[in-house]
Ligand binder design. Structure first.
Ligand code: SF4
Ligand code: SF4
Ligand code: SF4
Length: 331
């Protein structure tokens, strides 16, 4: 994004009401601001209503259009606490972390933080959330008080939504770390098995004179795939020359089967590690972009959270790269 476009997105975002409701068809106000800067219609924000529409038309020098959906007055979610079963689905849906509660316990909405976005209503399995007119809006009896309320809601909504996004990013990065650790753990014994199989099957009990077994230790791990391929070919050739009732046949078949399994295991593990690295790189790039965004638009707390998320993403990427470098490569 060019810096001129980034400034325009900021200006548009500053006009939007920050309920983060998604009724414009985007995942929040900032993505809609970016879409408007790219040419999308300006009439899709019901919480902003006519005021936001007029301001946007003026800012962008665009003609006025009718609102796509009816304008909405500020709202508040209220949980009927005696009916709440504490499933936490509403907490997961709330874009501004305005719901408090723990699993299997009664939940409540923080009145000052709720933007009235309604996103908690649909996931509630017992339909115990009501949407009412926001009391602070109703209590505002003049234009100044109404504007003060809307400004506070927008500032809160923006800050809390970004803080939540940074927290979710950090959690995703931590989960990726855990997955990487589990993957490495799974990989270690497999590598040991692979070396063991190479070592035993390389023993020339079948009279094979050309396959060396002395190097089947650490260095054999990296070239085990090609060595095993040569061994497999030799064993298959030997088996084809043995009579069906030959007593050596069973032993050779067993050895061939072990060898084929270990040879296929290595590329599969390597592919998994490559995918994990690609995912970690992607996550790091997203975290970098998010931090740049925070530097431009967010406060110190969000910048710190974004920095932490980036650090975690970088260490995950390092771990993924190290795991891949240590794995036997695809031949
Ligand atoms: S308030 Fe809702 S509809 Fe308006 S821009 Fe934000 S997310 Fe979109
Ligand atoms: S409590 Fe419900 S209505 Fe209020 S901000 Fe959260 S999700 Fe939106
Ligand atoms: S979704 Fe409904 S039942 Fe579940 S915790 Fe929230 S209010 Fe309670």
């Amino acid at each position: 994004m060019s810096s001129a476009n980034a400034i325009l997105v900021e200006q548009i975002d500053a006009v939007l009401p920050q309920t983060q409701c998604g009724k414009c068809g985007h995942g929040g106000c900032l993505p809609y601001a970016a879409a408007i800067a790219d040419g999308e219609a300006i009439n899709k924000c019901p919480p902003g209503g006519d005021t936001t529409l007029h301001t946007l038309a003026q800012l962008l020098q665009r003609p006025l259009e009718a609102l796509e959906q009816p304008a909405e007055a500020p709202q508040l979610a209220v949980i009927r606490e005696d009916e709440c079963i504490g499933c936490t689905k509403c907490i997961q849906a709330c874009p501004v972390d305005a719901i408090v509660g723990a699993a299997k316990q009664m939940h409540g909405v923080l009145e000052a933080e709720c933007t009235g976005c309604e996103l908690c209503v649909e996931p509630c399995p017992v339909d115990c959330i009501d949407i009412i007119a926001h009391p602070q809006w109703q209590a505002a009896h003049d234009e100044l008080a109404r504007q003060r309320y809307l400004n506070a809601r927008a500032a809160n909504g923006r800050a809390r939504h970004r803080a939540r996004n940074a927290r979710l990013e950090a959690r995703k990065a931590a989960l990726t770390d855990k997955r990487m650790a589990r993957l490495k753990q799974r990989l270690s014994p497999a590598k040991a098995d692979s070396r063991a199989v190479t070592s035993t099957t390389g023993t020339p009990a079948d009279g094979s004179p050309t396959v060396s077994t002395t190097g089947a230790t650490a260095s054999a791990a990296t070239s085990s795939s090609s060595r095993n391929s040569a061994l497999i070919a030799r064993l298959q050739h030997k088996l084809s020359r043995l009579a069906a009732e030959d007593p050596k046949r069973h032993e050779l078949e067993q050895r061939l089967s072990d060898l084929q399994q270990s040879t296929h295991a290595v590329p599969q593990q390597t592919r998994q590690l490559k995918m994990a690295l690609a995912a970690a790189e992607q996550r790091r790039r997203l975290a970098e972009r998010h931090l740049q965004h925070c530097y431009r638009q967010a406060g110190p707390d969000e910048i710190d959270a974004a920095k932490q998320a980036l650090e975690q993403a970088r260490s995950t990427e390092q771990a993924a790269r190290a795991a891949l470098e240590q794995s036997p490569s695809l031949d």
